[in-house]
Design a binder for this molecule. Structure first.
Ligand code: FES
Length: 351
């Protein structure tokens, strides 16, 4: 995993997908092309200034490997960036972080993947589906896609194009919660019961599946994951829209001290930051001290602030993005990390 960095990119196209969502494409200069190569399922963090405020939000890449870099952005009620993005136009520029994220499908070989998404959770799934279908001529993809109504379906045309092009290798099962369809099992919300019902009706083949990828709201992701059990490899991604995150600053961990020193290595230089671990995270303290650490969601979901604990004891408030092996290898999320002693050294240069 390369260290994330921002570059200024120009918007090369804006497609309206629904009344409340757009797909925004970026022009990547040849000199930056290697930095923006992505694995299907990864996301970009976009950064701009809105009303004098530095705003960053993460959006999954929707394009397939080899296609132009594009993200899908759904407007959220009161969402600062997602509302701003609805009015982006060709020629506008944004700071765009290099691709990040661990919600990835291995490409190469012969697979049957099941993708389960709701609403804007389609974006990484669309990237995985189009990449797998294009690059693995034998592979099969089944998409279960939940929405309120037909008119609210993001990337409806793109999904239909995949169905038309890969008639025998791609199936999309649309589940609608506010528009009645003939088959009862296609009505309602996606949850564990729904997935089992689709499997019982032979619409989903969970027995011969190399991986299930789930992206959507946490309640759906957790319920489906629990229903699937451990027989199938399951990969999950929560929405990483900072617009809806409540950023916690009070620690839920019992920490004795209210003043600890944390040493931070970034770009080869070491800095020491004094912080109160009871009331602030490492990221918050470093920002106060003027350090420009990489971050996006500040809510434990995107993994952009990943760094290695070289020494000392630390604890995380929440972790929705680091895999078990990463935690075991000593990685932590700076936006969730509190030092527990005075010898903590965090390295942002170690991947
Ligand atoms: S900034 Fe997203 S997990 Fe820390």
């Amino acid at each position: 995993m390369a260290r994330p960095e921002f570059h200024e990119l120009t918007v090369s196209s804006v497609r309206r997908l629904t009344d409340e969502s757009v797909a925004v494409r970026f022009e990547v200069p040849v000199s930056l092309a290697p930095a923006y190569e992505f694995i299907p399922g990864q996301y970009l963090t976009l950064r701009t200034t809105i009303n004098g405020e530095d705003v960053r939000r993460s959006y999954s890449i929707c394009s397939g490997v080899g296609e132009a870099l594009e993200v899908g952005i759904k407007q959220l009620q009161g969402g600062l960036f997602s509302t701003f993005a609805q009015n982006l136009a060709v020629g506008d520029t944004l700071q765009v972080m290099t691709p990040q994220g661990n919600f990835n499908a291995a490409i190469g070989g012969h697979h049957h993947y099941i993708l389960i998404s709701a609403g804007s959770g389609i974006t990484p799934c669309l990237s995985i589906a189009s990449s797998v279908l294009a690059m693995e001529p034998q592979s099969i993809v089944t998409l279960v896609y939940g929405n309120r109504t037909t008119s609210s379906i993001m990337f409806r045309q793109d999904v239909n194009d995949l169905k038309d092009f890969y008639t025998t290798r791609f199936v999309c099962i649309n589940v609608l919660s506010r528009e009645k369809q003939d088959a009862e099992c296609l009505n309602g919300r996606i949850d564990g019961l729904k997935i089992n019902a689709l499997a019982e009706q032979k619409l989903l083949n969970l027995d011969h599946c190399d991986g299930v990828y789930i992206c959507g709201p946490s309640a759906m992701v957790d319920d489906v994951k629990n229903a699937l059990g451990s027989d199938v490899p399951v990969h999950t991604e929560l929405f990483t829209t900072g617009d809806v995150l409540e950023v916690k600053t009070e620690s839920r961990i019992a920490i004795d001290s209210d003043a600890l020193a944390v040493r931070i290595i970034i770009d080869g230089a070491e800095r020491e930051v004094m912080m109160n671990p009871q009331s602030e995270t490492v990221l918050a303290a470093a920002q106060k001290a003027g350090l420009d650490l990489p971050f996006s969601c500040a809510g434990g979901m995107c993994c952009t602030c990943r760094c290695k604990v070289v020494s000392g004891k630390t604890a995380m408030d929440m972790n929705f993005s680091l895999a078990e092996w990463e935690v075991e290898a000593g990685f932590t999320l700076a936006c969730q990390t509190r030092p527990l002693d005075n010898s903590v050294l965090l390295d942002f240069d170690e991947f």
